[in-house]
Each structure stands twice: as structure tokens, then as C-alpha cells.
Design a protein around this ligand. Structure first.
Ligand code: ACO
Length: 216
């Protein structure tokens, strides 16, 4: 995905980590530095365009990732830059992965409710022309290391078929623990899950479950 500005200078590293401040990373020495406000605008443009492309790829009615949503949530976005081809000398973006902690009620295998706050996979997109080239795995692997989590500790917000296949192939995640919300968790989730202070246990259906908060 290409932009009118110099992505390569804006994002010096192959993977850039963005939080709610959407701060432009420090530039390489010797690179001319435009006004900081312009750099932040460029970051916001990248986030907005990635969000739109991801929504289109998943046939969502509206983007769940945008600069304004990033600014109003404590989500973390990992953005992968193309370091091989540099079209028109300005670089390109390959895709992104967005994660965040959320308080959820999830059912265990006895159908008891558990209040937990796992790291959730919220949005994930690799450009159509570059899918199935290992870029998704590179991003996911980087995120797991940075966030210090194991794949089975994650909750996935309404995963696509492609993502389910991806998780199965790269992390052997296959057997899910059935839920009544849109989050998917896998066998092993409860083994090391840090549970919130008020762990709620009861028969399924007695506690109102939150609506899918994807992107909220
Ligand atoms: N059909 C089936 N499986 C696929 C496909 C596909 N079109 N694309 C990727 N996969 C899975 C397969 O397991 C594949 O292995 P295989 O080629 O041997 O069958 C594996 O992913 C490939 O791994 P990577 O190359 O590392 O993955 P990729 O770079 O393609 O990234 C991703 C995976 C992000 C799911 C990408 O395919 C994509 O952007 N898809 C469209 C958007 C999407 O569905 N995003 C997830 C939304 S749900 C959420 O974010 C919570």
C-alpha cells in the first residue's frame, strides 16, 4: 500500500508500534524533518487507510480501525513496512495487527462464566497482493514477543476463516472453547490466564454478556 508521502522516512523500522498517541517515530539521522504536526497527520492517514482496507477485506460495513479510534482506546497497532521494493522511492506498507486488553466474560469448558482481561486480537490485515508470503506470521510473532503472551492466552475478536487457518497452521490452535459472544478462545486459555479480581462463576446465561465491543 503506497502513499503520496515518504513512508520509508516516516517509519524507519520494519515494524512500527503505535499507541493512542500516534507519535511519529524518531527519524533517521540526516533525514529532513518536516513539522511534527505534518508527520502525525501522515501517521493518521496510514492508520485510516489500513483500517479501510482491512474492513473491505473482511466485508465489514465500516472500519474498526481508524486514527480517531486509536486515539480514544488503549490499543496497540503493529505496522509492517515493505523493506524490499521501494516504489517511487517512498516505501510501502504491507499490513498491520491491532491488539488490546479487554474485560470479557468467557465460558470455560464447564460452561461457567469467568471474568478475564486477556489480550485480544482486534484487527489484522496483510495487503491482498502479499498474503500467504509469511508477513502475517512475522507481525504476529513480533507482537507475541513484545506483549509477552503465548498464543493460547489470546482472545480473538470474530476471527475470519483465513485467521482461523493462520492460527491453526502457525500455532496449532484448533480446539475452541465455545462462547456466546463473538470472541474465540482456544483450549489452554484458562491454564495460565490471569483472572480479574471478581471472577464470576455461574450457569451460562445468568449474567448479561457484553455486546461485541470490536473496535470500541
Ligand atoms: N485462505 C485460507 N487460508 C489462508 C489464506 C487464504 N486466502 N490466507 C492466509 N491463510 C492462512 C493459511 O493457514 C496460510 O497457510 P497456507 O498458505 O499454507 O495455507 C497462512 O495463513 C499463511 O500465513 P502468512 O503468510 O503468515 O499469513 P498472511 O500474511 O496471509 O496473513 C491474514 C494472514 C492477516 C489473515 C491475511 O491473510 C489477511 O489479511 N486476510 C484478510 C483479512 C482477514 O481475514 N483478517 C483477519 C480478520 S479477523 C481479526 O482481525 C480478529
Amino acid at each position: 500500500m503506497e502513499f503520496s508521502f515518504d513512508v520509508d522516512a516516516l517509519l524507519p523500522e520494519r515494524i512500527t508500534v503505535l499507541d493512542q498517541h500516534l507519535r511519529p517515530p524518531a527519524r533517521r539521522p540526516g533525514t529532513t524533518t518536516p513539522a511534527r504536526v505534518d508527520l502525525q497527520q501522515q501517521i493518521m492517514t496510514i492508520v485510516d487507510e489500513l483500517g479501510k482496507a482491512s474492513a473491505k477485506a473482511q466485508h465489514l460495513p465500516a472500519p474498526i480501525t481508524s486514527a480517531s479510534r486509536m486515539q480514544s482506546n488503549r490499543h496497540v497497532m503493529y505496522v509492517l513496512k515493505d523493506t524490499s521494493a521501494r516504489p517511487a522511492g517512498k516505501g510501502a506498507i504491507i499490513g498491520f495487527l491491532k491488539v488490546g486488553y479487554k474485560k470479557l466474560f468467557v465460558l470455560d469448558d464447564r460452561e461457567a462464566h469467568n471474568e478475564v482481561e486477556p489480550l485480544c486480537i482486534l484487527d489484522f490485515y496483510i495487503h491482498e497482493s502479499l498474503q500467504r508470503h509469511g508477513h502475517g506470521r512475522e507481525l504476529f510473532h513480533y507482537m507475541l514477543q513484545k506483549e509477552r503472551v503465548e498464543p493460547h492466552q489470546l482472545a480473538i475478536d470474530r476471527p475470519s476463516q483465513k485467521l482461523l487457518k493462520f492460527l491453526n497452521k502457525h500455532y496449532n490452535l484448533e480446539t475452541t472453547v465455545p462462547q456466546v459472544n463473538n470472541f474465540v478462545i482456544f483450549e489452554g486459555f484458562f491454564a495460565h490466564q490471569h483472572q480479574g479480581p471478581g471472577v464470576l462463576v455461574g450457569p451460562a446465561g445468568t449474567i448479561p454478556l457484553p455486546q461485541n465491543p470490536r473496535g470500541a
